[in-house]
Design a protein around this ligand. Structure first.
Ligand code: NAD
Length: 332
């Protein structure tokens, strides 16, 4: 494997436009990761950053900084091909970062729609790219495609065993991308983050992930909840580390490749709850709930492949958690 350590956002991959000077579309860019990506793309000198989001879960407030620096927001649905086609043509888009998705927890409420959103948006983007509407597609997959680990740590060769329709839709989208690259030589590739946490992650309603949901409960005077034994583990990565890795990988990851973005560590839900309680000064009880069906038991990721392309030092979990909880204190 060729080890290249160039500038973040620069393009060492022949034919791929550098981020600096490019017109970029982020689908789902009003969400958690996409909004941080918008900020970073502007830092890297993107000529134009366009966000297309239907605000299913994303929030305009997440883009306050980016909009103040000239980003463009389009409130619309990426599942409609014509909508994407219009946005791409209107803004002369060179590169698309596909972050749009309906949250994992939504697949417990509306399984088919959670699946179809992931598949339809990918189908639209690949067909538009095949027709020459834009040059490069950086797609956000998910560690959820792997399901519960059959070996650890999970590298990119781990079998795809989705246990939710959300994950099945993500896996289908990944397979679709690989097939279009093989068939049509498209410049498309896959970033596969593990569990992210950090400022701007949705904390409201039933779609909130475990860290924001726990922060919300404790800060609203309710006891935190653990589903199942709490022995289930996750590889939590700070959102700004993910965005930094994506920026550095952008110019180096060849078309058709997928790469895990993770810390190489894992933490159990029980450990997480203990850490959060300590940070929040919470000494009350923790409610034990039934395990969620299809909950992945173990997510221990290998980031060896990523480290063949870039230098990576993750933010220590305790530091990232402190920053995150400070943000929730200011927003809940
Ligand atoms: N957050 C994580 O821990 C994590 C982990 C692995 C992978 N990912 C992936 O990273 C990407 C971003 O995740 P996130 O955590 O920022 O999620 P998010 O829910 O905060 O952002 C997704 C955005 O997509 C928008 N959206 C949904 N359906 C849409 C549609 N039809 N048209 C336009 N916009 C639509 C939502 O409104 C939201 O703003 C996703 O692809 C997700 O699968 C996230």
């Amino acid at each position: 494997m060729n080890v290249i350590m160039g500038q973040a956002g620069g393009a060492d991959t022949p034919g791929r436009a550098a981020i600096g000077g490019a017109n970029i579309l982020i689908t789902g860019g009003a969400g958690f990761i996409g909004s941080h990506l918008a900020d970073r793309l502007l830092d890297e000198g993107a000529a134009r950053v366009v966000v297309l989001d239907n605000l299913f879960l994303g929030k305009l407030e997440n883009l306050t900084g980016a909009l103040g620096r000239g980003a463009v927001f389009i409130r619309d649905d990426a599942e409609i091909e014509g909508t994407l086609a219009y946005a791409i043509a209107e803004h002369g888009i060179d590169v698309v970062f596909n972050c749009a998705t309906k949250a994992l927890n939504y697949s417990f409420i509306n399984p088919l729609n959670a699946y179809l959103t992931n598949v339809r948006i990918m189908a639209n983007l690949l067909e538009l790219q095949r027709a020459g509407a834009f040059a490069t597609l950086c797609h956000f997959s998910s560690s959820e495609v792997y399901g519960t680990a059959v070996y650890e740590p999970m590298d990119e060769s781990h079998p795809m065993n989705p246990t939710t329709t959300y994950a099945a839709g993500k896996a289908a989208a990944d397979i679709m991308l690989h097939s279009y690259v093989k068939q049509y030589g498209l410049d498309s590739f896959i970033m596969r983050p593990f569990n992210n946490y950090g400022p701007r992650q949705n904390f409201e309603g039933p779609l909130a992930g475990i860290i924001p949901a726990t922060a919300r409960r404790v800060m609203s005077g309710e006891p935190p909840e653990i589903h199942g034994t709490g022995g289930q583990s996750r590889d939590f990565i700070y959102v700004l580390d993910t965005v930094d890795a994506v920026m550095k990988l952008y110019g180096r990851l060849p078309a058709g490749e997928a790469v895990n973005i993770s810390t190489n560590g894992q933490i159990s839900v029980n450990e997480l709850m203990a850490l959060m309680a300590r940070e929040l000064g919470y000494t009350g009880e923790t409610l034990r709930k039934e395990a969620r069906t299809a909950d992945v038991l173990c997510h221990n990721a290998s980031n060896e492949k990523m480290k063949t392309f870039i230098d990576f030092t993750p933010t220590p979990f305790s530091d990232g958690l402190r920053e995150t909880l400070a943000w929730y204190k200011a927003h809940i």
